[in-house]
Design a protein around this ligand. Structure first.
Ligand code: NAD
Ligand code: WQD
Length: 350
């Protein structure tokens, strides 16, 4: 069985779907600190497959150990963590504790139960402010905020673990900018309050919930002066996890992989694509640069293609279409409900 931490979250939920579709048996753990129990019901509805769900905090060592006692875990895909860059600057200790302490505890439990295979959610943020694009995995690493530091530090911890014990098998997946939603419209990004990231913000402008988008700077060295990123469809990203899992189950060592498309789009290009997909106007105003933003970031994804047999295939238009479909299916976001006890089993008690 595969343990999925943070499986009720945006990327985790889509990955659960692709793992179930690929025939894997999964145990999902989440504390709903940034998600909603209804997502668990929806994973079941989308796939028609049963799986185990345990509501638990990764910092609750006893409860997480309980999962390893009950289920024969073969590998862990570790999504759980906090991810808001701005918030990480305001409450760094909370971020370090939730992202690093929980990973240390998880690794110790895995070690104890001789489960030494992990796929870890890293981020292109570990490349810091590089001007060498497309970005390759061997580019210098740095971070400019506490969130980025947690990703860099966890990568280092996992490298040290692998050096000390070469029976570990670890994939560090460095995601570029995940956007889009499941084609069913049942799963997608569901942020609370005013979004920080571009696509959730654009969706709210298109739907009329917010009046206009602030475009952070138009004096970058790009074709229209706005920032350029490598947006990747969340379903392509999820399929990358299935490929990475297939690899680590049958190999040893630690490797980092960029999960991106290799294409960069500017903010203005994304606005245009979203208007096309939704048929709605996305009004915007140019404002000063957002502190900490870099000009251009896009991946060289060749290593993942070569070693994992994975490449993103969905276009920016697909990403905008699926994002807009998600907004229309869930005009008020994903409504909170209780987990349907018939659909999923939670048998780990404290
Ligand atoms: P998300 O917030 O939607 O999902 C994370 C899930 O983990 C949530 O369901 C949350 O409730 C859960 N969680 C957090 N702390 C927990 C804890 N202590 N115990 C149990 N559950 C806990 O985020 P996401 O966008 O799906 O991101 C998943 C991972 O990918 C994160 O580690 C994030 O840092 C990383 N990542 C995300 C992006 C992005 O743009 N979305 C980019 C690069 C990397
Ligand atoms: C994209 C572009 C903005 C909002 C962040 C994290 C990174 C990773 C992914 C987790 C930039 C512009 C945005 C807005 C705008 N997460 N923008 N108006 O900053 O590339 O990456 O999410 O690991 O660590 O830093 O993504 O979506 O915030 O911004 O003009 O209201 O859109 O300046 O050029 P970013 P983003």
């Amino acid at each position: 069985m595969i343990l999925i931490t943070g499986g009720a979250g945006y990327i985790g939920s889509h990955t659960c779907v692709e793992l179930l579709n690929a025939g894997y048996e999964i145990v999902v753990v989440d504390n709903f600190s940034n998600s909603n129990p209804e997502v668990i019901n929806r994973i079941k509805n989308v796939t028609g497959k049963d799986f185990v769900f345990v509501e638990a905090d990764l910092l609750d060592q006893e409860k997480i150990e309980g999962i390893f006692h009950i289920y024969q875990i073969d590998a862990v895909i570790h999504f759980a963590g906090f991810k808001a860059v701005g918030e990480s600057v305001e409450i760094p200790l909370t971020y370090y504790h939730n992202n690093i302490t929980s990973t240390l505890l998880l690794c110790s439990i895995m070690d104890k139960f001789n489960v030494k295979k992990m796929v870890f959610s890293s981020s292109a943020t570990v490349y810091g402010d590089t001007d060498l694009v497309p970005i390759q995995e061997n580019s210098p690493l740095s971070a400019t905020n506490p969130y980025g530091n947690t990703k860099l530090m966890v990568e280092q911890i996992l490298k040290d673990l692998s050096t000390a014990d070469d029976s570990w098998s670890i994939a560090l997946l460095r995601y570029f900018n995940p956007i889009g939603a499941h084609i069913s419209g049942l799963l997608g990004e569901n942020p609370n309050g005013i979004p920080n990231n571009l696509l959730p913000y654009i969706s709210k402008v298109a739907s009329g919930e917010l009046e206009y988008l602030n475009v952070f700077g138009n004096d970058y060295p790009t074709k229209d002066g706005t920032g350029m990123r490598d947006y990747i469809h969340v379903v392509d990203l999820s399929l990358g996890h299935v490929k990475a899992l297939n690899k680590i189950l049958y190999s040893k060592g630690i490797e980092a992989y960029n999960l991106g498309t290799g294409n960069g789009y500017t903010v203005i290009e994304v606005i245009n694509a979203y208007e096309e997909a939704s048929g709605k106007k996305v009004d915007y105003k140019i404002t000063p640069r957002r502190p900490g933003d870099i000009a251009i970031s896009y991946a060289d994804p060749k290593k993942a293609k070569r070693e994992l047999g994975w490449a993103a295939i969905r276009s920016l238009d697909d990403m905008c279409r699926d994002s807009w479909n998600f907004v229309q299916v869930n005009p008020n976001g994903i409504k909170k409900t209780n987990i349907d006890k018939k659909l999923v089993v939670s048998s780990v008690k404290k």
